[in-house]
Design a protein around this ligand. Structure first.
Ligand code: HEC
Ligand code: HEC
Length: 337
């Protein structure tokens, strides 16, 4: 009797331990794993017509001041839904100073932008339209242009039952972005039991990622980000940061030079890297971590010299290359007249 009770208690303890490894006390995923279903907010359900409208708006240059820039200009499907230039250029060649993050899996992010200033895709979407170094419009101008195109007027009526308006633009673009997903990578297939999906080097890299190199301390969960902000010293020179990052939003001094942990899914497609595009290759990124980041007063305590051999560095790169998702069949659509 006692031993059965003991056995039962042991099972409970083991079950709790197993769960606590996957999810922390505040409900965040810790281990890397398979992606869950894409989260969809209750007030913006996915429909085919809405996604179709959002796709058109995403590729639409006529909603930028001089008709030259679309979301897809800086988040280009041909470049992993990111920008091959270190820093994006908006209308008239204006530069904002930051590298375009990929839109792949932005649907899973707990916070948007390198500094986390917006909470979700709906709030994010209207930012670039009105940003003077991006599409340089005002929302009334955007809506005026959409209302002048019968094809858009009809679709807004069908999808939202209204004329083109701010909310509709944001919701449609966000719904489309929720279809821009990186999944079913060699790593995912490996996790599902296909042990031939990753090379021996990538498997060693995975173990380093989770272990000795403790990358998973920050690139955690199925989307390889903790949705938190860390300082690696990127952009620190001559005693100051070119971009102070998260501190501008949080106003906490210790967030100086801290940026959001980016996803690593499809990372092989989205060079250059870091918030300022300062690293051109994955090998360069690994070298930066191997030496313990760039020393500065706010360096994250999780960033320490790693003492990696040449082979270990190559293994980490091989693992990251195994995170490239299956190709998406999303082409620039025909745009309404
Ligand atoms: C001129 C280039 C440019 C254009 C045009 C542009 N973006 Fe961006 N986008 C960026 C840059 C740069 C950032 C990062 C800015 C920051 O963190 O401060 C960004 C950030 C984002 C993010 C946050 C992703 C993350 O990982 O945090 C999303 C989502 C996004 N853009 C979607 C869009 C959509 C939708 C449009 C069109 C309505 C658009 N962008 C237009 C350059 C651009
Ligand atoms: C302390 C948290 C932390 C740890 C540990 C960490 N990272 Fe990062 N990683 C970040 C943050 C934050 C950034 C963005 C920094 C910036 O732009 O200033 C980043 C950026 C990257 C990028 C560039 C992504 C992009 O889209 O530009 C890669 C690749 C990367 N990390 C891989 C790794 C690997 C591999 C390891 C382990 C060797 C690792 N990281 C360890 C937090 C971390």
């Amino acid at each position: 009797m006692v031993s059965r009770l003991f056995g039962f208690l042991l099972l409970v303890v083991l079950a709790v331990l197993a769960c606590s490894q996957l999810v922390s006390a505040d409900g965040r995923f810790l281990e890397n794993g398979l992606l869950p279903a894409v989260p969809v907010p209750p007030d913006n359900p996915q429909t085919d017509a809405k996604v179709r409208l959002g796709r058109q708006l995403y590729f639409e240059k006529r909603i930028s001041l001089d008709n030259t820039i679309a979301c897809a200009t800086c988040h280009d499907p041909e470049h992993g839904w990111a920008d091959p230039r270190p820093v994006s250029e908006g209308v008239g060649g204006a530069k904002g100073g930051r590298n375009s993050p990929t839109v792949l899996n932005s649907a899973y992010l707990g916070v948007q932008f390198w500094d986390g200033r917006e909470p979700d895709l709906e709030h994010q979407a209207l930012g670039p339209l009105q940003n003077p170094v991006e599409m340089k419009m005002t929302m009334p101008m955007v809506l005026e242009r959409l209302k002048s195109l019968a094809g858009y007027v009809d679709q807004f009526k069908e999808v939202f039952g209204t004329e083109p308006n701010d909310q509709g633009v944001a919701k449609a673009i966000a719904a489309f972005e929720r279809t821009v997903i990186s999944s079913n990578s060699p790593y995912d297939r490996y996790l599902q039991g296909d042990h031939s999906a990753m090379s021996a080097s990538a498997v060693r890299g995975m173990n380093l990622f989770r272990g000795k190199a403790h990358c998973m301390a920050c690139h955690s969960g199925p989307n390889f980000t903790d949705s938190r902000f860390h300082n690696l010293g990127v952009g620190y020179k001559d005693g100051k940061f070119a971009d102070e990052g998260r501190v501008a939003i949080s106003k906490r001094r210790q967030d100086t030079g801290a940026f959001k942990t980016p996803t690593l899914r499809s990372i092989d497609l989205t060079a250059p890297y870091m918030h300022d595009g300062s690293e051109t290759t994955l090998e360069g990124v690994i070298d930066l971590y191997a030496k313990g980041g760039i020393k500065n007063p706010y360096l994250d305590r999780l960033v320490t010299p790693l003492h990696l051999s040449k082979q270990e560095k190559a293994d980490l790169v091989a693992f990251m290359k195994a995170l490239t998702g299956a190709p998406l069949d999303i082409k620039p659509p025909e745009l309404p007249q």
